[in-house]
Design a protein around this ligand. Structure first.
Ligand code: NAD
Ligand code: MG
Length: 392
Protein backbone atom coordinates (compact mmCIF):
# COMPACT_ATOMS: atom_id res chain seq x y z
CA UNK A 1 0.00 0.00 0.00
CA UNK A 2 1.39 3.41 -0.90
CA UNK A 3 1.29 6.06 1.78
CA UNK A 4 -1.56 8.56 1.66
CA UNK A 5 -0.68 12.22 1.45
CA UNK A 6 -2.27 14.28 4.20
CA UNK A 7 -2.37 17.84 5.50
CA UNK A 8 -3.62 19.15 8.83
CA UNK A 9 -4.89 22.73 9.00
CA UNK A 10 -4.99 23.80 12.63
CA UNK A 11 -2.53 21.05 13.59
CA UNK A 12 -1.63 22.56 16.98
CA UNK A 13 -5.20 22.67 18.30
CA UNK A 14 -7.28 20.10 20.10
CA UNK A 15 -8.60 18.41 16.94
CA UNK A 16 -5.24 18.79 15.18
CA UNK A 17 -3.37 17.12 18.03
CA UNK A 18 -5.88 14.28 18.20
CA UNK A 19 -5.43 13.80 14.45
CA UNK A 20 -1.66 13.70 14.87
CA UNK A 21 -2.08 11.20 17.70
CA UNK A 22 -3.83 8.85 15.25
CA UNK A 23 -1.47 9.21 12.31
CA UNK A 24 1.65 9.03 14.49
CA UNK A 25 0.57 5.50 15.42
CA UNK A 26 1.07 4.38 11.82
CA UNK A 27 3.67 6.78 10.39
CA UNK A 28 4.43 4.62 7.35
CA UNK A 29 0.84 4.92 6.16
CA UNK A 30 1.00 8.70 5.71
CA UNK A 31 3.12 11.27 3.91
CA UNK A 32 2.51 14.60 5.58
CA UNK A 33 2.31 17.53 3.16
CA UNK A 34 1.41 20.55 5.31
CA UNK A 35 0.86 21.36 8.97
CA UNK A 36 -0.48 24.77 9.98
CA UNK A 37 -0.84 26.57 13.28
CA UNK A 38 -0.85 30.04 14.77
CA UNK A 39 0.89 31.12 18.00
CA UNK A 40 2.27 27.79 19.17
CA UNK A 41 5.30 27.66 16.87
CA UNK A 42 7.26 25.26 19.10
CA UNK A 43 4.50 22.63 18.88
CA UNK A 44 4.09 23.19 15.16
CA UNK A 45 7.81 22.78 14.51
CA UNK A 46 8.11 19.72 16.75
CA UNK A 47 5.25 17.95 14.96
CA UNK A 48 6.49 18.98 11.52
CA UNK A 49 9.91 17.52 12.33
CA UNK A 50 8.51 14.36 13.85
CA UNK A 51 6.15 13.73 10.92
CA UNK A 52 8.63 14.99 8.34
CA UNK A 53 6.16 17.43 6.81
CA UNK A 54 6.97 19.23 3.56
CA UNK A 55 5.85 22.58 4.93
CA UNK A 56 4.88 24.14 8.27
CA UNK A 57 2.95 27.40 8.31
CA UNK A 58 2.10 29.79 11.13
CA UNK A 59 -0.77 32.24 10.66
CA UNK A 60 1.35 35.00 12.21
CA UNK A 61 3.85 36.80 9.94
CA UNK A 62 5.90 38.01 12.89
CA UNK A 63 6.57 34.42 13.99
CA UNK A 64 8.26 33.35 10.74
CA UNK A 65 11.78 33.75 12.12
CA UNK A 66 10.88 31.79 15.26
CA UNK A 67 9.47 29.02 13.12
CA UNK A 68 12.55 28.99 10.87
CA UNK A 69 14.80 28.77 13.91
CA UNK A 70 12.75 25.94 15.39
CA UNK A 71 12.98 24.05 12.08
CA UNK A 72 16.69 24.68 11.49
CA UNK A 73 18.52 21.62 10.22
CA UNK A 74 15.35 19.86 9.06
CA UNK A 75 13.92 19.56 5.54
CA UNK A 76 10.67 21.24 6.52
CA UNK A 77 9.96 24.47 4.66
CA UNK A 78 8.70 27.31 6.89
CA UNK A 79 6.10 29.89 5.86
CA UNK A 80 3.88 32.47 7.56
CA UNK A 81 0.71 34.47 7.04
CA UNK A 82 -2.91 33.91 6.11
CA UNK A 83 -2.16 33.63 2.39
CA UNK A 84 0.56 31.05 3.09
CA UNK A 85 -1.96 28.92 5.01
CA UNK A 86 -4.34 28.97 2.06
CA UNK A 87 -1.42 28.16 -0.26
CA UNK A 88 -0.49 25.20 1.93
CA UNK A 89 -4.11 24.02 1.82
CA UNK A 90 -3.86 24.23 -1.97
CA UNK A 91 -1.08 21.68 -2.10
CA UNK A 92 -2.54 18.43 -3.40
CA UNK A 93 -3.19 15.86 -0.67
CA UNK A 94 -5.42 12.79 -0.53
CA UNK A 95 -6.86 13.78 2.85
CA UNK A 96 -6.97 17.19 4.50
CA UNK A 97 -8.09 17.87 8.06
CA UNK A 98 -9.74 21.29 8.38
CA UNK A 99 -9.36 22.10 12.08
CA UNK A 100 -8.67 25.82 12.23
CA UNK A 101 -11.05 27.50 14.65
CA UNK A 102 -13.42 30.20 13.37
CA UNK A 103 -14.19 31.80 10.02
CA UNK A 104 -10.43 31.83 9.35
CA UNK A 105 -10.93 28.18 8.31
CA UNK A 106 -13.16 29.01 5.35
CA UNK A 107 -10.64 30.10 2.69
CA UNK A 108 -8.17 27.27 3.47
CA UNK A 109 -11.05 24.77 3.45
CA UNK A 110 -12.18 25.97 0.03
CA UNK A 111 -8.59 25.81 -1.23
CA UNK A 112 -8.31 22.20 -0.06
CA UNK A 113 -11.56 21.30 -1.82
CA UNK A 114 -10.30 22.75 -5.08
CA UNK A 115 -7.92 19.86 -5.73
CA UNK A 116 -10.41 17.07 -5.09
CA UNK A 117 -9.63 14.44 -2.48
CA UNK A 118 -11.22 14.28 0.94
CA UNK A 119 -11.77 17.15 3.34
CA UNK A 120 -12.31 15.97 6.91
CA UNK A 121 -14.22 18.96 8.21
CA UNK A 122 -14.03 19.90 11.87
CA UNK A 123 -14.23 23.64 11.13
CA UNK A 124 -18.01 23.94 11.42
CA UNK A 125 -17.80 27.71 10.98
CA UNK A 126 -17.12 27.27 7.25
CA UNK A 127 -20.41 25.39 6.84
CA UNK A 128 -22.31 27.91 8.94
CA UNK A 129 -20.88 30.88 7.02
CA UNK A 130 -20.91 29.42 3.54
CA UNK A 131 -22.41 25.94 3.45
CA UNK A 132 -23.72 26.19 -0.11
CA UNK A 133 -20.35 27.47 -1.33
CA UNK A 134 -18.46 24.65 0.40
CA UNK A 135 -20.78 22.01 -1.03
CA UNK A 136 -20.77 23.42 -4.57
CA UNK A 137 -16.96 23.76 -4.53
CA UNK A 138 -16.68 20.12 -3.47
CA UNK A 139 -19.03 19.08 -6.23
CA UNK A 140 -17.24 21.10 -8.91
CA UNK A 141 -13.89 19.54 -8.07
CA UNK A 142 -15.05 16.03 -7.25
CA UNK A 143 -13.97 16.42 -3.62
CA UNK A 144 -15.65 14.74 -0.67
CA UNK A 145 -16.48 16.36 2.66
CA UNK A 146 -16.60 14.05 5.68
CA UNK A 147 -17.98 15.39 8.98
CA UNK A 148 -15.67 15.59 11.98
CA UNK A 149 -18.06 16.69 14.65
CA UNK A 150 -19.20 13.94 17.00
CA UNK A 151 -22.91 14.52 16.26
CA UNK A 152 -22.54 14.76 12.50
CA UNK A 153 -20.18 11.83 12.26
CA UNK A 154 -22.80 9.90 14.25
CA UNK A 155 -25.61 10.90 11.87
CA UNK A 156 -23.42 10.11 8.87
CA UNK A 157 -22.75 6.64 10.27
CA UNK A 158 -26.43 6.04 11.09
CA UNK A 159 -27.25 6.87 7.47
CA UNK A 160 -24.89 4.35 5.86
CA UNK A 161 -26.98 2.27 3.48
CA UNK A 162 -30.13 4.31 4.15
CA UNK A 163 -32.22 6.41 1.80
CA UNK A 164 -32.21 10.02 3.02
CA UNK A 165 -35.84 10.28 1.83
CA UNK A 166 -36.84 7.82 4.56
CA UNK A 167 -35.47 10.08 7.31
CA UNK A 168 -38.13 11.74 9.44
CA UNK A 169 -35.92 13.56 11.89
CA UNK A 170 -32.36 14.01 13.06
CA UNK A 171 -31.68 14.49 16.76
CA UNK A 172 -28.36 15.91 17.88
CA UNK A 173 -27.49 15.74 21.55
CA UNK A 174 -25.94 18.41 23.77
CA UNK A 175 -24.26 17.92 27.12
CA UNK A 176 -25.57 21.30 28.24
CA UNK A 177 -22.04 22.45 29.01
CA UNK A 178 -20.71 24.05 32.15
CA UNK A 179 -23.88 25.88 33.22
CA UNK A 180 -26.50 23.24 32.49
CA UNK A 181 -27.76 23.19 36.07
CA UNK A 182 -26.98 26.72 37.18
CA UNK A 183 -29.87 28.99 38.19
CA UNK A 184 -30.45 31.20 35.13
CA UNK A 185 -30.14 34.38 37.21
CA UNK A 186 -26.57 33.40 38.16
CA UNK A 187 -25.35 33.25 34.56
CA UNK A 188 -24.55 36.98 34.48
CA UNK A 189 -21.91 36.28 37.13
CA UNK A 190 -20.28 33.35 35.29
CA UNK A 191 -16.51 33.78 35.00
CA UNK A 192 -14.28 32.94 32.06
CA UNK A 193 -12.70 30.06 33.98
CA UNK A 194 -16.09 28.59 34.82
CA UNK A 195 -17.24 28.85 31.20
CA UNK A 196 -13.99 27.31 29.93
CA UNK A 197 -14.37 23.98 31.70
CA UNK A 198 -16.46 21.30 30.05
CA UNK A 199 -18.01 18.48 32.11
CA UNK A 200 -17.29 15.75 29.50
CA UNK A 201 -15.22 16.84 26.51
CA UNK A 202 -11.65 18.09 26.41
CA UNK A 203 -11.72 20.72 23.63
CA UNK A 204 -10.31 24.10 22.63
CA UNK A 205 -11.37 27.04 24.81
CA UNK A 206 -13.65 28.72 22.25
CA UNK A 207 -15.80 25.67 21.52
CA UNK A 208 -15.92 24.89 25.26
CA UNK A 209 -17.46 28.29 26.01
CA UNK A 210 -19.74 27.86 22.99
CA UNK A 211 -20.92 24.61 24.56
CA UNK A 212 -21.92 26.39 27.75
CA UNK A 213 -23.87 29.01 25.79
CA UNK A 214 -25.15 26.41 23.28
CA UNK A 215 -23.83 28.55 20.44
CA UNK A 216 -21.94 25.39 19.56
CA UNK A 217 -25.20 23.44 19.28
CA UNK A 218 -26.80 26.34 17.42
CA UNK A 219 -24.00 26.15 14.85
CA UNK A 220 -24.49 22.39 14.70
CA UNK A 221 -28.18 22.81 13.85
CA UNK A 222 -27.10 24.75 10.77
CA UNK A 223 -24.30 22.26 10.12
CA UNK A 224 -26.83 19.41 10.19
CA UNK A 225 -28.98 21.08 7.59
CA UNK A 226 -25.99 21.65 5.31
CA UNK A 227 -24.55 18.14 5.60
CA UNK A 228 -27.72 16.14 5.27
CA UNK A 229 -30.11 18.42 3.37
CA UNK A 230 -32.88 17.98 5.94
CA UNK A 231 -35.24 20.86 6.72
CA UNK A 232 -34.82 22.88 9.96
CA UNK A 233 -38.04 21.46 11.43
CA UNK A 234 -36.65 17.94 11.02
CA UNK A 235 -33.72 18.73 13.31
CA UNK A 236 -34.05 18.48 17.09
CA UNK A 237 -31.70 19.15 19.99
CA UNK A 238 -31.80 16.88 23.02
CA UNK A 239 -29.92 17.58 26.25
CA UNK A 240 -28.00 14.48 27.29
CA UNK A 241 -25.63 15.23 30.19
CA UNK A 242 -23.56 12.03 29.84
CA UNK A 243 -22.44 12.72 26.21
CA UNK A 244 -22.54 9.04 25.23
CA UNK A 245 -25.33 9.12 22.65
CA UNK A 246 -24.05 11.59 20.06
CA UNK A 247 -27.00 11.69 17.68
CA UNK A 248 -30.07 9.74 16.64
CA UNK A 249 -31.74 9.39 13.27
CA UNK A 250 -35.48 8.74 13.18
CA UNK A 251 -36.89 6.96 10.12
CA UNK A 252 -40.41 6.97 8.68
CA UNK A 253 -41.09 3.47 10.05
CA UNK A 254 -40.51 4.73 13.59
CA UNK A 255 -37.04 3.27 14.03
CA UNK A 256 -34.55 5.43 15.89
CA UNK A 257 -30.88 4.65 15.22
CA UNK A 258 -28.57 5.97 17.92
CA UNK A 259 -24.80 6.30 17.79
CA UNK A 260 -23.28 5.57 21.19
CA UNK A 261 -19.65 5.99 22.24
CA UNK A 262 -17.32 7.66 24.73
CA UNK A 263 -16.74 11.41 24.39
CA UNK A 264 -13.48 11.14 22.47
CA UNK A 265 -13.02 13.03 19.20
CA UNK A 266 -10.54 10.43 17.98
CA UNK A 267 -13.55 8.32 17.02
CA UNK A 268 -15.01 10.90 14.60
CA UNK A 269 -11.52 11.83 13.34
CA UNK A 270 -10.54 8.18 12.88
CA UNK A 271 -13.81 7.35 11.14
CA UNK A 272 -13.16 10.14 8.63
CA UNK A 273 -9.53 9.06 8.29
CA UNK A 274 -10.33 5.46 7.42
CA UNK A 275 -13.70 5.89 5.71
CA UNK A 276 -15.26 3.88 4.10
CA UNK A 277 -13.52 1.26 6.23
CA UNK A 278 -13.52 0.81 9.96
CA UNK A 279 -10.13 0.33 11.56
CA UNK A 280 -8.98 -0.15 15.16
CA UNK A 281 -9.13 3.09 17.11
CA UNK A 282 -7.68 3.77 20.56
CA UNK A 283 -10.96 4.86 22.14
CA UNK A 284 -12.42 3.42 25.34
CA UNK A 285 -15.06 0.74 24.96
CA UNK A 286 -18.25 1.54 26.86
CA UNK A 287 -19.45 -0.75 29.60
CA UNK A 288 -23.15 0.09 29.56
CA UNK A 289 -23.93 -2.17 32.51
CA UNK A 290 -21.48 -0.18 34.56
CA UNK A 291 -22.81 3.15 33.30
CA UNK A 292 -26.29 1.93 34.28
CA UNK A 293 -28.37 4.77 32.96
CA UNK A 294 -28.37 7.55 30.43
CA UNK A 295 -30.58 10.60 30.81
CA UNK A 296 -32.23 13.00 28.40
CA UNK A 297 -34.20 16.22 28.64
CA UNK A 298 -35.55 18.95 26.39
CA UNK A 299 -33.40 22.09 25.99
CA UNK A 300 -34.65 25.25 27.68
CA UNK A 301 -34.65 28.15 25.21
CA UNK A 302 -34.63 30.75 27.99
CA UNK A 303 -31.34 29.35 29.25
CA UNK A 304 -29.98 28.89 25.74
CA UNK A 305 -31.38 31.58 23.38
CA UNK A 306 -28.72 30.64 20.81
CA UNK A 307 -30.92 27.73 19.70
CA UNK A 308 -33.79 30.06 18.78
CA UNK A 309 -31.38 32.41 17.00
CA UNK A 310 -30.03 29.54 14.87
CA UNK A 311 -33.55 28.70 13.74
CA UNK A 312 -34.12 32.35 12.77
CA UNK A 313 -30.86 32.30 10.82
CA UNK A 314 -31.87 29.16 8.92
CA UNK A 315 -35.21 30.80 8.15
CA UNK A 316 -33.47 33.95 6.83
CA UNK A 317 -31.05 31.96 4.64
CA UNK A 318 -28.49 33.57 2.31
CA UNK A 319 -25.56 35.08 4.17
CA UNK A 320 -27.37 35.15 7.54
CA UNK A 321 -25.14 32.28 8.68
CA UNK A 322 -22.04 34.41 8.02
CA UNK A 323 -23.56 37.23 10.07
CA UNK A 324 -24.48 34.81 12.86
CA UNK A 325 -20.99 33.34 13.01
CA UNK A 326 -19.12 36.65 12.89
CA UNK A 327 -21.42 38.17 15.53
CA UNK A 328 -20.92 35.12 17.72
CA UNK A 329 -17.13 35.15 17.30
CA UNK A 330 -16.98 38.86 18.20
CA UNK A 331 -19.30 38.41 21.19
CA UNK A 332 -17.15 35.49 22.34
CA UNK A 333 -14.01 37.67 22.05
CA UNK A 334 -15.89 40.27 24.13
CA UNK A 335 -16.68 37.74 26.85
CA UNK A 336 -13.13 36.35 26.85
CA UNK A 337 -11.77 39.90 27.18
CA UNK A 338 -14.11 40.54 30.12
CA UNK A 339 -16.02 43.28 28.29
CA UNK A 340 -19.46 41.65 28.39
CA UNK A 341 -21.16 39.07 30.58
CA UNK A 342 -21.94 35.50 29.59
CA UNK A 343 -25.65 36.12 28.76
CA UNK A 344 -24.68 39.31 26.92
CA UNK A 345 -23.18 37.15 24.17
CA UNK A 346 -26.59 36.01 22.94
CA UNK A 347 -28.03 39.50 23.37
CA UNK A 348 -25.23 40.95 21.23
CA UNK A 349 -25.73 38.35 18.50
CA UNK A 350 -29.48 38.95 18.45
CA UNK A 351 -28.98 42.71 18.26
CA UNK A 352 -26.52 42.38 15.37
CA UNK A 353 -28.78 39.96 13.51
CA UNK A 354 -31.60 42.51 13.74
CA UNK A 355 -29.35 45.30 12.48
CA UNK A 356 -27.92 43.35 9.55
CA UNK A 357 -31.15 41.72 8.54
CA UNK A 358 -32.91 41.21 5.23
CA UNK A 359 -33.91 44.86 4.59
CA UNK A 360 -30.23 45.86 4.47
CA UNK A 361 -29.82 43.61 1.42
CA UNK A 362 -26.50 42.38 2.82
CA UNK A 363 -27.58 38.83 3.43
CA UNK A 364 -29.15 38.47 -0.02
CA UNK A 365 -25.86 38.93 -1.90
CA UNK A 366 -24.67 35.84 -3.83
CA UNK A 367 -22.62 33.45 -1.71
CA UNK A 368 -19.06 34.07 -2.91
CA UNK A 369 -15.93 34.09 -0.75
CA UNK A 370 -15.65 37.87 -1.27
CA UNK A 371 -19.24 38.51 -0.21
CA UNK A 372 -18.92 36.28 2.83
CA UNK A 373 -15.70 38.10 3.79
CA UNK A 374 -17.43 41.46 3.30
CA UNK A 375 -20.43 40.53 5.45
CA UNK A 376 -18.10 39.00 8.04
CA UNK A 377 -16.14 42.27 8.24
CA UNK A 378 -19.25 44.45 8.42
CA UNK A 379 -20.76 42.23 11.11
CA UNK A 380 -17.64 42.35 13.29
CA UNK A 381 -17.69 46.16 13.13
CA UNK A 382 -21.37 46.28 14.04
CA UNK A 383 -20.87 43.78 16.84
CA UNK A 384 -17.99 45.86 18.24
CA UNK A 385 -20.29 48.89 18.40
CA UNK A 386 -23.02 46.89 20.12
CA UNK A 387 -20.48 45.57 22.65
CA UNK A 388 -19.11 49.06 23.24
CA UNK A 389 -22.61 50.32 24.05
CA UNK A 390 -23.25 47.45 26.46
CA UNK A 391 -19.85 47.69 28.10
CA UNK A 392 -20.11 51.49 28.40
P1 NAD B 1 -8.26 24.95 19.10
O1 NAD B 1 -8.41 26.36 19.54
O2 NAD B 1 -7.77 23.93 20.04
O3 NAD B 1 -7.28 24.92 17.82
C1 NAD B 1 -7.45 25.80 16.74
C2 NAD B 1 -6.36 25.65 15.70
O4 NAD B 1 -6.55 26.72 14.74
C3 NAD B 1 -4.94 25.81 16.24
O5 NAD B 1 -4.07 25.00 15.48
C4 NAD B 1 -4.61 27.28 15.98
O6 NAD B 1 -3.23 27.51 15.82
C5 NAD B 1 -5.33 27.51 14.66
N1 NAD B 1 -5.75 28.89 14.47
C6 NAD B 1 -6.36 29.71 15.37
N2 NAD B 1 -6.61 30.91 14.82
C7 NAD B 1 -6.17 30.84 13.54
C8 NAD B 1 -6.16 31.77 12.44
N3 NAD B 1 -6.66 33.00 12.56
N4 NAD B 1 -5.66 31.36 11.26
C9 NAD B 1 -5.14 30.12 11.13
N5 NAD B 1 -5.12 29.21 12.12
C10 NAD B 1 -5.62 29.56 13.30
O7 NAD B 1 -9.66 24.53 18.47
P2 NAD B 1 -10.31 23.07 18.39
O8 NAD B 1 -11.09 22.82 19.62
O9 NAD B 1 -9.31 22.08 17.93
O10 NAD B 1 -11.40 23.30 17.24
C11 NAD B 1 -11.03 23.37 15.86
C12 NAD B 1 -12.30 23.33 15.04
O11 NAD B 1 -12.91 22.07 15.22
C13 NAD B 1 -13.34 24.38 15.44
O12 NAD B 1 -14.01 24.79 14.29
C14 NAD B 1 -14.27 23.61 16.35
O13 NAD B 1 -15.58 24.14 16.35
C15 NAD B 1 -14.25 22.24 15.69
N6 NAD B 1 -14.57 21.13 16.59
C16 NAD B 1 -13.78 20.88 17.66
C17 NAD B 1 -14.08 19.83 18.52
C18 NAD B 1 -13.18 19.49 19.68
O14 NAD B 1 -13.38 18.47 20.32
N7 NAD B 1 -12.18 20.29 19.99
C19 NAD B 1 -15.21 19.04 18.28
C20 NAD B 1 -16.00 19.31 17.16
C21 NAD B 1 -15.66 20.36 16.32
MG1 MG C 1 -20.16 18.62 18.27
Amino acid sequence: MTARTISILGATGSIGQNTIDLIARAPDDYDVVALTGAGNVAQLAADARRLNAQVAVTAHDHLLEDLRTALAGSDVHAAAGTAAITEAAHRPADWVMSAIVGAAGLAPGLAALSHGGTLALANKESLVCAGALMLSTAQTHGARILPVDSEHSAVFQALVGEDIASVERVIITASGGAFRDWPIEDLARATLDEASSHPNWDMGQRITIDSASMFNKAMELIETREYFGVTPDQIEVLVHPESMVHALVGFRDGALMAHVGPPDMRHAIGYALHWPHRRDLPVDRLDLAQIGQLTFRAPCETRWPALRLAREVMQAGGLAGAVFNAAKETALDGFIAGRITFPDMAAVVEDVLTQISAPSGQIDAPMTLDNVAHVDHLTRQTAQQVILKRAG
